[in-house]
Write a protein that binds this ligand. Structure first.
Ligand SMILES: Cc1ncc(COP(=O)(O)O)c(C=O)c1O
Length: 427
């Protein structure tokens, strides 16, 4: 679908369902899935990280389109099951799993529990044994270094994620000795948002070498090895999109020689990723409520901002705030420079600084690009009490309302009112 057709859908979405709203184009996600499979020659199974967009309708659409799901809380596990996912195809990562989460996941048939500590291993072992089961697990390893170029690093320094590489062998030996667990393989997710193909390839090579060393050390023929993708998205004007072909052509020979080792003959290699699959397929729509000239600056004050889309406001780990790409729905020549702000009473609620757009009027709709991942799910929607945004999905030429329900009631049963008999009335 070309940009003009997408714009027509965005205009229709804003017209029919209002703003603020998110619009997801499934066709773009399908194209990205196909491009990845083709470039990687089907050597890596695709596991979608639910954390980046847990919209239930999207998870349902993903069934049969990606191979696996990765969840990071019991809430995400429940969403996956409700969306029709076979729990056997789901893995569960996350550094702070509580006992009840591990219990529910194990008893619920989770395919792979990704252990981030020996504490989790102990709990899972106990739960599995009590239920007369053996739980398949992966151990998450935190490597000693992450190549330069990753926007977010989760290893190579003190980190809550997984077992540090120097401690991995001993941890693996302990896990192998637990009768309620079967060590199925290893997991590494060390960083993300990388647009440099060389750095991504170097990272994957590091993973393969760690996998080979550790599997040899504990004599493991794994059935599953997970590579955290790190594949980044060109969020900002001037960013060069990641050349996927360059990554694939460099890493495929390494994968081939890795597989040549009989130890890995039956191993399934998996790429765990979120944003690269869905970010570019999503737009965040806001409507201009008010225009203001303030000391020489044109400000467009909109009906949605950081409360709906925290990352676009630059407060989700961005070191230097840069504007997400955006355009005015309906197009037009770019003639004005604007600060675009949301409706919140805080100066950090800003979607753009000095962005060039067509001359704006009240009622115009602005579409923020790259909003299909870490949009609504990464945002403080309860701050400052505005209604949640709609979520819309364009599937096979039709627009669907896939909004989630959020509790917006102002009646709290059990809390005494001033005229009631409770503490407030007598105070
Ligand atoms: C363990 C794990 N897997 C997958 C992801 C998805 O990353 P991305 O959306 O950048 O591909 C993350 C992101 O933080 C993660 O922590």
């Amino acid at each position: 679908m070309n940009a003009a057709d997408r714009d027509t859908w965005l205009a229709a979405a804003a017209e029919q369902f209002g703003t603020p709203s998110f619009v997801y184009f499934t066709e773009a996600i399908a194209e990205r899935i196909a491009a990845l499979r083709h470039a990687l020659d089907d050597q890596l199974a695709l596991s979608f990280a639910v954390k980046c967009n847990p919209n239930p309708a999207l998870l349902k659409w993903m069934v049969g389109r990606v191979d696996l799901l990765d969840v990071s809380s019991i809430g995400e596990f429940r969403l996956a099951l409700q969306a029709g996912w076979d729990p056997a195809l789901v893995s569960f990562t996350g550094p702070g799993k509580r006992e009840f989460e591990i219990r529910e996941a194990v008893l619920g048939g989770v395919g792979l529990l990704v252990l981030e500590s020996l504490r989790e291993a102990g709990i899972a072992d106990e739960v599995a044994r009590a239920a007369g089961r053996v739980q398949r697990v992966l151990l998450r390893i935190a490597p000693d270094s992450v190549p330069r170029g990753f926007g977010d690093q989760m290893a190579g320094r003190p980190s809550p994620f997984g077992i540090d590489l120097p401690d991995a062998r001993e941890a693996l030996e302990q896990i192998v000795a637990m009768p309620g667990l079967r060590l199925a393989g290893l997991h590494i997710y060390s960083g993300t948002q990388c647009l440099k193909p060389d750095a991504i390839v170097e990272n994957y090579r590091g993973f393969l070498s760690i996998f080979a060393d550790l599997c040899e050390a504990v004599d493991l023929a794994p059935d599953s090895l997970v590579l955290g993708s790190g594949l980044g998205v060109a969020y900002h004007e001037g960013d060069t999109p990641l050349p996927l072909e360059a990554v694939a052509s460099a890493i495929l020979p390494d994968i081939a020689s890795f597989r040549a080792d009989p130890r890995f003959a039956h191993t399934r290699l998996k790429l765990e990723l979120g944003r690269y699959l869905v970010a570019e397929a999503g737009y965040f729509l806001v409507r201009v409520v008010s225009l203001k000239q303030s000391r020489g600056v044109s400000i467009a004050i909109c009906d949605g901002g950081m409360n709906n889309h925290l990352p676009a406001s630059g407060h989700f780990g961005m070191v230097i705030r840069r504007n997400y790409k955006m355009h005015r729905v309906g197009g037009g020549a770019e003639t004005g420079t604007y600060d675009v702000t949301g409706p919140l009473c805080t100066s950090i609620d800003r979607l753009a600084g000095g962005v060039v757009l067509p001359t704006l009027s009240e009622g115009d709709v602005i579409a923020v690009h790259n909003s299909g991942a870490y949009g609504l799910t990464a945002s403080p929607i309860h701050f400052i009490g505005h209604a949640p945004p709609a979520e819309l999905m364009v599937v096979d030429g039709a627009l669907h309302d896939v909004s989630r329900f959020f509790e917006t009631t102002t009646a709290w049963p059990g809390v005494p009112s001033p005229e009631g008999q409770g503490a407030l009335a007598t105070a």
